[in-house]
Design a protein around this ligand. Structure first.
Ligand SMILES: Cc1cc2nc3c(=O)[nH]c(=O)nc-3n(C[C@H](O)[C@H](O)[C@H](O)COP(=O)(O)OP(=O)(O)OC[C@H]3O[C@@H](n4cnc5c(N)ncnc54)[C@H](O)[C@@H]3O)c2cc1C
Length: 291
């Protein structure tokens, strides 16, 4: 049943400072960015939070800035902004890829990276890339700001480290992945408008040495995954099984086995846990063959 919109209120501050002060005076307000999660819930009669704080129009949250060492993306940056950012494409192709396969063009025009992160879905598209790239979040409130590794942000299913009165301000990624091979694949029911059944975003740096043969080993490896646990996750057991190893059938089998020990996929209407675990191992193997 649809919600009765008369039961809802929307506060629309003019500036970020005003938004933070409003949130400080009433931390129960729910931030509304692009609304592509919240408005779906509203339409379906499943939005218990009645008082919304619009941050959608705040220019201070919508930016992409580049320094020699980092790129920083405002939480209100849309997937369209990200998809067509040359700076992001040059250094962070996994993020460009994730933006391009999020929902539809309409979703990408309205949906923000901040909403994607804070919503906390284990199936969301940008988190695996952000985990692989070691992103750092900046959280902001009326009393100041703090940073934290993105890997610490998701506490459990849809629970995050965001404190009452805080907004996600920005996401920073170090520009330290030159020379890495990247691999991203999302498996869903179709190519557009489908939430992933499982997705991997991977990076690997190979040791210098002969261009082929067993002497080439993996110097660094990062595997971000969607829908493999109750939160977006790094597959650290599989990473450990691969570090400093050559790509051989034995290594690939060990990596698949390690992934099986850490995969605790969700079982839901989109797919079964068994299917998700099997497909994730196949994607990992596909990535390793690409190396
Ligand atoms: C048809 C359809 C298809 C979709 N397909 C995909 C898909 O393929 N992949 C995918 O990942 N997602 C998909 N989504 C989900 C959605 O589009 C994304 O998660 C999007 O990034 C949400 O961003 P938003 O700005 O619209 O969030 P909103 O709906 O505005 O907010 C989502 C949550 O985040 C909180 N929030 C937002 N910004 C902040 C902030 N700065 N600080 C603190 N809290 C904040 C809100 O309070 C709310 O709890 C789809 C949605 C629809 C309707």
């Amino acid at each position: 049943m649809r919600s009765n919109v008369a039961e809802y209120s929307l506060t629309q501050p003019i500036t970020l400072t005003e938004a933070l002060q409003t949130l400080a005076s009433d931390p129960t307000l729910t931030p509304l960015a692009g609304g592509t999660e919240l408005m779906v819930a509203l339409s379906a009669g499943r939005l218990p939070q009645k008082n919304l704080l619009s941050i959608n129009h705040l220019r201070e949250l919508r930016f992409i800035t580049t320094t020699p060492t980092d790129i920083t993306i405002g939480s209100g940056t849309t997937f369209t902004d990200i998809r067509y950012s040359e700076a992001i494409a040059a250094d962070f192709p996994l993020l460009t890829q994730a933006a391009s396969w999020t929902g539809s063009i309409a979703n990408q025009n309205r949906g923000t990276i901040g909403g994607n992160i804070v919503n906390g879905s284990p199936a969301a598209d940008s988190p695996p890339a952000l985990l692989a790239y070691d992103a750092t979040l900046t959280l902001i409130s009326a009393t100041g700001q703090r940073t934290m590794p993105y890997g610490d942000f998701h506490l459990s299913y849809k629970k995050t480290a965001l404190a009452p009165g805080e907004l996600l301000y920005s996401i920073s990624i170090p520009r330290s992945f030159a020379g890495y091979v990247s691999y991203a694949r999302k498996v869903g029911t179709r190519n557009a408008q489908a939430i992933s059944k499982v997705a991997l975003a991977c990076l690997a740096l190979m040791n210098e040495g002969p261009s082929s043969g067993p002497a080439r080993t993996i110097k660094d490896i990062r595997i971000g995954a969607a829908s493999l646990r109750e939160t977006p996750t790094r597959c650290t057991a599989a990473e450990q099984a691969l570090l400093n190893q050559p790509i051989t059938p034995v290594t690939i089998a060990a990596a698949r086995a390690a992934l099986a020990t850490e995969a605790r996929p969700i079982d839901d209407i989109r797919s079964t846990a068994k299917y998700r675990a099997a497909v994730a191992a196949n994607l990992l193997e596909q990535f390793l063959h690409s190396l």
